[in-house]
Ligand binder design. Structure first.
Ligand SMILES: [Fe+2]
Length: 386
């Protein structure tokens, strides 16, 4: 079963790269975004480093690759600069594919003797990079004046109008959140613990592009009273006037998608806003962002059928800073660096997006990004005090 899952997940990464030209694999459009070739190599390096190299007699495929493909693991050794990944025209894409085939063969021939828990972590890690591969590629293609299409039919605008925005009442009181321990979860989803909610309301669907356009038209990007101080500074420094990928043309607003550039649809769920923009929009709308506990409670509630678009549409910014749950201890060793050391200056996002591999997320899943990040598929679900 594990071998099948391994083959399936590794093949899914290759399938995402199938529409790419060799040149598309190498471009790095900004420090946050990595080239597709780097994602192919790094996910392979993860299995070689944390699974294969733990076995006696392991010989690395190429000892130089650790420097290139180590992302942020201080305990594993030196690594190249993150913002210089696009400068590495070598190893070639073919050589990185050979690296993948080599590691896949070594894993599959000895899979019963390998650490299954770390293998499963490696598969979840590869799925995270599948999403990053798409969002990083989208940013790179958006910088190309030819507006290349990654794959036709992706991110198509919905037909018809969005349903009316409603709010459902949610009870307060003592609740439990966090992973209950049955299947795989990342370390930071645990321990399950009690937390207190005040009575609140949650929006039944996500904010649409049309609703966000009303915020723009009302001077949303010119009114500091709507923004956090850090947010106003970020908007000013970067010159934000609209969400990432929005462009005003003679016939209205357009957006860039993995399916190419197209007219923005007022009914489509808003995407590519920072936490700062989400927060300012919520204030303008007389609402607020949900806390991660409010979101998780609703998502794991069997009676939450009234809430739509929880998963598979947009990551939803929450008002919660990314901090450890009570009792959290990062695992010992290099893999303790996976999540724990990022618990400062980032905000939690809940749900999942159209770019998230099917089955990857769950109600207790905690995504996190710095508040100014806009290149992920991030949107807004409003909340309010009861
Ligand atoms: Fe990674």
């Amino acid at each position: 079963v594990l071998a099948d899952r391994y083959r399936h997940t590794r093949a899914a990464t290759l399938a995402l790269c199938a529409p790419l030209a060799v040149e598309d694999h190498v471009v790095q459009s900004m420090p946050d975004a990595s080239p597709a070739k780097w994602h192919l190599g790094h996910t392979t390096w993860f299995f070689e480093t944390f699974v294969l190299s733990r076995r006696a007699g392991h010989r690395p495929f190429d000892p130089r690759l650790g420097f290139l493909f180590n992302s942020y693991y201080e305990a594993v050794g030196a690594r190249g600069a993150r913002d210089a990944r696009g400068l590495c025209s070598r190893p070639t894409v073919d050589e990185v594919h050979a690296y993948r085939r080599h590691v896949d063969a070594r894993v599959l021939e000895s899979i019963d003797a390998l650490d299954a828990a770390v293998l499963v972590l490696g598969l979840a890690h590869e799925e995270q990079h599948q999403e990053l591969l798409l969002t990083d590629l989208k940013h790179a293609l958006s910088c190309n004046p030819l507006e290349p299409v990654y794959r036709a039919g992706l991110e198509v605008a919905p037909e018809g109008d969005a349903p009316p925005l409603r709010f459902v009442e949610r009870r307060g009181g003592l609740v439990e959140i966090g992973d209950a321990g049955a299947g795989f979860a990342f370390d930071h989803e645990r321990p399950r613990h009690r937390t207190f909610l005040t009575p609140h309301r949650l929006a039944t669907r996500l904010v649409t592009a049309g609703e966000y356009q009303a915020f723009l038209d009302d001077g949303g990007y010119r009114r500091p009273e709507l923004w956090l101080s850090d947010g106003w500074a970020a908007r000013t420094a970067a010159g934000w006037q609209a969400p990432l990928y929005w462009a005003r043309r003679s016939d209205g607003w357009w957006t860039f998608t993995l399916g190419g550039a197209r007219r923005l649809s007022p009914a489509e769920p808003l995407a590519h806003v920072s936490y700062y923009e989400a927060d300012a929009y919520a204030r303008w709308a007389g609402a607020r962002l949900p806390t991660e506990a409010e979101w998780e409670c609703a998502a794991s509630d069997g009676n939450c059928g009234t809430l739509s678009q929880l998963f598979g549409v947009r990551w939803q910014w929450t008002a919660s800073p990314y901090v450890p749950y009570p009792g959290y201890r990062a695992p010992a060793g290099a893999l303790g660096e996976y999540n724990g050391k990022f618990m400062c200056n980032q905000m939690v996002l809940r749900g999942s997006s159209t770019a998230t591999p099917p089955g990857h997320a769950r109600p207790s899943y905690r995504n996190f990004f710095p508040p100014a990040a806009r290149w992920q598929m991030t949107g807004i679900r409003l909340a309010a005090d009861a």
